[in-house]
Ligand binder design. Structure first.
Ligand SMILES: [Zn+2]
Length: 121
């Protein structure tokens, strides 16, 4: 068989004769069906994703996060007379959601650091 890393013919079917790659190890594959629900993945699940998919997910989460930030700014700037009823609750839920998106963003950025030594700004 041909090793998927060094592209040389190998007799051994477990470990590549030339580069010693584990020939059974699953390599990340592009997932064209990956949708926004992937932002709820755990770190071990995210680690399985292809780098390209991680980048797409990161830009999605960053956008959500900055939209949430703008919304929270608007809520905070609202005149006092509008801050009635469940204002505190809305404010708190918004803070939590923003915090959660920050956490998700951090996980993906750090996986990218492990892979490439940096993450895109
Ligand atoms: Zn090889």
């Amino acid at each position: 068989m041909i090793c998927s890393y060094c592209k040389t013919e190998t007799q051994n079917s477990n470990v590549c004769d030339f580069c010693r790659a584990d020939l059974h190890a699953k390599r990340p594959q592009l997932n064209p069906n990956l949708d926004d629900t992937a932002s709820d993945y755990t770190q071990p699940q995210l680690k399985e994703l292809h780098t390209y998919d991680l980048m797409r997910l990161l830009s999605h989460i960053r956008k959500e996060r900055s939209d949430m930030y703008k919304t929270m700014q608007t809520v905070r700037k609202a005149p006092d007379e509008a801050k009635i009823g469940n204002y505190d609750e809305v404010n708190e839920v918004g803070q939590q959601m923003y915090q959660e998106l920050t956490t998700k963003k951090n996980i993906i950025e750090q996986i990218l650091v492990d892979r490439m030594g940096y993450y895109p700004q």
